[in-house]
Design a protein around this ligand. Structure first.
Ligand code: PMV
Length: 326
C-alpha cells in the first residue's frame, strides 16, 4: 500500500517577537519536537484526520475551520497538477506538542502536509517551494503572519528574520547551537492575532516609546545572533539577553502574572535566562539551562505549568521519514 510519512519541526522564538512585525530582526530556532503527516492511498476519497484535534473531514462535508489552511494546501497542489478534485488520499496528522500553543504547530503542520503530499504525488519540489505554499496556508491561519514559522519549519536550524515590504530577509546560521531549552506551558489560551492587535493599539497611543522598545528588541536580537551563530556560544550572556527581552515584552503588555511566575521559578532554580516566547498573553515561556540544572528546573516548574517540554535546536527542517511506493 502506497504510504508516505513526512515531518516538520516546531519552533520557538528566542528573541524579537512582536518587534519582528514592525521590521526589526527576530531570532528563532527549530526544535526537536515535530509534527508528522502520514498519507496513504485510498480509493476515490479524500480524508483528513488530526489525532491531536480529534477532527476528521471527508471530501463531501463542509471544511471545518481547523482544516482550512490544509484545504488551501490541497487546492494549491491540485491547481499545480491540474487534478480536480484531488482524491485518493487519507491524510493523518499527529504532533509531539499540543496545537495552538505558540510553538509553530500550524506552520509545521502545513509544511509536513505539503512535504508528504508532494512526495506522495511524486511532484518535483525544493524547500523554497514548500515554504511558499506553507506561507499561503499560514495566511489562512493567522491573517498577516511574519513568515517566520513556515521558514523555520521548512529549513530548520537557527534563523535571523527581518520582515520587509520587498519580502522577508532571512539569514540561516551555518551553526546549530547546542543548548537545552525548557518549555513551560501556562495552560492559558492564547491568540497571536489578539496579542499583535493589542500591541498595535499600544503603539498607536505611544508611537515613539513603543518604536524605541522595538528598536532595543532588535538590538538584542542582533547581539544574540552574533553569539548564537558560532560554536562555543556564551550561554550566560544569551541568558541575560533573554531576561532583558522578557522585561521589554512585559513593557509592551504581553506578559501575565501566570507567565511571570513560570519565568521566576525557572530563574530561581538555575535557568540562565527565561522569557515569554511567541505572542504572549498565555502560551509558553522558555528557559535556557545548562544540562546540570534541567532536572531541578523541570521538577520545580511542573507544579505551575500545564505541560513542561525539554527541547534542543534541530537542524534538519522538513523531511520525508518513510516511503512505501505501492
Ligand atoms: O506565538 P506565535 O508563535 O504565534 O508567535 C507570534 C510572533 C509575533 O511576532 C508576535 C507575530 C508574528 O507574526 O511574528
Amino acid at each position: 500500500m502506497k504510504e508516505v510519512v513526512a515531518s516538520a519541526p516546531c519552533k520557538t522564538i528566542l528573541f524579537g517577537e512582536h518587534a519582528v512585525v514592525y521590521g526589526y530582526p527576530a531570532i528563532a530556532t527549530a526544535i526537536n519536537l515535530r509534527v508528522r503527516t502520514k498519507i496513504r492511498k485510498v480509493n476515490g476519497e479524500l480524508i483528513i484526520h488530526s489525532r491531536d484535534l480529534k477532527v476528521t473531514w471527508k471530501r463531501k462535508q463542509s471544511v471545518p475551520k481547523e482544516f482550512l489552511p490544509i484545504y488551501k494546501v490541497i487546492e494549491d497542489i491540485s491547481d499545480l497538477i491540474d487534478q480536480k478534485p484531488l482524491n485518493g488520499m487519507h491524510i493523518e496528522i499527529f504532533s509531539d506538542v499540543p496545537p495552538s500553543c505558540g510553538l509553530g504547530t500550524s506552520a509545521a503542520t502545513a509544511v509536513s502536509v505539503i512535504t508528504a503530499m508532494l512526495e506522495f504525488l511524486e511532484i518535483n519540489y525544493d524547500k523554497n517551494f514548500i515554504n511558499k505554499l506553507a506561507f499561503n496556508a499560514e495566511k489562512i491561519s493567522h491573517g498577516t503572519p511574519s513568515g517566520i514559522d513556515n521558514t523555520v519549519a521548512t529549513f530548520g536550524g537557527l534563523i535571523r528574520y527581518v520582515k520587509s515590504n520587498s519580502g522577508p530577509n532571512i539569514e540561516r546560521s551555518k551553526y546549530t547551537p547546542e543548548f537545552t531549552l525548557i518549555l513551560a506551558d501556562s495552560g492559558l489560551p492564547r491568540s497571536t492575532k489578539h496579542a499583535v492587535k493589542n500591541v498595535a493599539i499600544l503603539r498607536e497611543h505611544f508611537p515613539r516609546v513603543i518604536e524605541d522598545i522595538f528598536s532595543i528588541m532588535g538590538k538584542i536580537s542582533d547581539e544574540a545572533w552574533t553569539l548564537l551563530s558560532k560554536a562555543g556560544e556564551n550561554l550566560k550572556t544569551i541568558g541575560y539577553l533573554m531576561n532583558i527581552n522578557h522585561g521589554l515584552l512585559d513593557a509592551i503588555g504581553v506578559n501575565l502574572p501566570e507567565l511571570e511566575t513560570l519565568v521566576n521559578i525557572a530563574r530561581k532554580n538555575g535557568a540562565l535566562g527565561a522569557k515569554i516566547t511567541g505572542a504572549g498573553l498565555g502560551g509558553f515561556i522558555i528557559a535556557l539551562a545548562e544540562s546540570a540544572a534541567v532536572h531541578k528546573i523541570c521538577s520545580a516548574i511542573k507544579n505551575y505549568a500545564r505541560l513542561v517540554l525539554i527541547a534542543k535546536p534541530d537542524s534538519k527542517g522538513c523531511l520525508v521519514e518513510s516511503k512505501v511506493k505501492n
